[in-house]
Every structure is written in structure tokens, then in C-alpha cells.
Design a protein around this ligand. Sequence first.
Ligand code: HSE
Length: 300
Amino acid sequence: EKISVFAPATVANVACGFDIFGFAVDSPGDVVELTRRDTPGVRITDIIGDGGRLPREAARNTAGISIQRFLQHIDRTDIGVDVLLTKQMPLGSGLGSSAASAVAGVFAINELLGRPLQTIELLPFAMEGERIACGSAHADNVGPSLLGGFVVVRSYSPLDVIKLDTPAGMFATLVHPDIEVNTKDARFILKNEVSLKNAITQMGNVAGLVAGLLKPDYDLISRSMVDVIIEPVRSILIPQFGEVKQAALDSGALGCSISGSGPSMFALCRDLATAERVGQAMQQAFLAVGITSEAYVSEI
Ligand code: HSE
């Protein structure tokens, strides 16, 4: 028995919603192929596309650990599977690379075993993948990678995840500059305290973005895509951040910020033509200092 599962890249935080907002894109993404084996245990047979950088040991690999935790939970550690992971996106990119592998892995094992759990119940196992990848079991990448669309993590304890409708025909532009930022480092530099003033501003924007997506109201979405807590700290890790953001806004983006922990940046746009124009402008702004990049456009 064999199964192959694709899980998409995701944009976490979506400007104002650190650790609580995320959305999935069509591509890129990762593919996990599972093959049933007679002897028990989870074995990573190969990883393609990581340049040899990811751990091959199942317990240290995001896909491997998610599958192991799932098998422990359903009390089937007698089962044996070979895992072939194909990375189709860059590591350390802020596109939810570790999350896509974890989600593809746990989704695949659930399917292979005849779906003992519902899709939403797979989330905690994929979050374990995030924990070993960056030290924090955040759900704003695995949530949308698993469920698709735009996801709100209303609470972590207990876990409460909500899928939100987004306006039809809204597009996201993703630009991945050819530099790397490690999520662990990008979390380490954050301050532990937030001023009351900034908390109020951020809460207003979080509420405004949810309302704007649901109504839908593009001006409200645009006004709400502001992050006064995380972006000012993390943007120093991204050369040209201010210029790239301005280029996106000047080209008609509703808003632009860091994708997850960076260095990728994303923009939301009202239509495909704008999203493509915005992508070119953002790439140009990176290129102005010699940074090449990859751009992706996807309906969300
Ligand atoms: N919310 C997480 C962070 C996402 O910003 O650290 C990491 O991709």
C-alpha cells in the first residue's frame, strides 16, 4: 500500500495576527509518499530537494514526528511506514515549509489507515512537527495547510481553530528573496512585553481584518493590515523591507508584510492582474540591492 499527499505552503501572521492568522496558497508545497512496511516504525527513506539539510531521523523530522505521534495516539505503533519526502519549497523561507511536511505526513498516514481520525483532529500532531522544527508548536501554518483557506487560531489551550471565508477572487503575492531566516532566531528577537497602546492598536486591526474579510470590505482589509508589534522588530532581518513594502503598496496591493517569520514577504491584492504587477514590483525592489527572488501568485 502506498499513498502520496501534497500539502501547501502558507502565509502565517497575515500582518497583525501573530501566531493566530494564516492562509494557504495553491503552490508551492511539499509531497509525502508513504509506503506500508511489515516491520514496525517510521523510517525516512529519502528527502528530495533539501540539499541534504533536514534530519533523516524520523523523531527529528517534522513529517516523521507527526506520523509517530499519530500512531502513538491511535495505539498502532505496530505499524511500519517508509516516508519519502519531496520538498518543493525553500527551507527557512517563511512559507511554512516545516508545516507543509508535517501536514502532508499526518494526512497521508490517516488516509493510509482508512481515516481513523477526522481532518481537524490531525492538527495537534502536525503542531508537534512545528515544535521540533522551531521550538514552538504554533498552528498558524499547519492550520491553513491542513484545512485550506484562511484560518484563525482563536485559542491554543484548548485548541480552537476557525476557518474564515475570504472575498471571492482575492489573490496573494508571495516573494521569496534568496536569503534565509531561521524561525527560531526570528522568534528569539521578539520582545516579551507589549505596551497597552500597541495591544489596543493590534486588537483593532485584528478585529478589522476579520470583519473586512467577512463583509467583504477591501478598504477595511487594507487599513487593518498593519502590525505594530512584530513587524517593526523582524523587518530588520530583511534587507530592503521598507522599499519592497512600499513598492507593493504603490502597485495597488491592499497590504504587504512579512510572511510568517520571513524573509518572504506577501501582499494581498483584489485581483490577479494586480497581484502579478505587485509581484514584479516587489522583485524589482529586492533586485535594486542585488537580491534575486522567486515570486508566486495564488488565489486565496
Ligand atoms: N507565527 C509564526 C512566527 C510563524 O511568526 O514565528 C512561523 O512561520
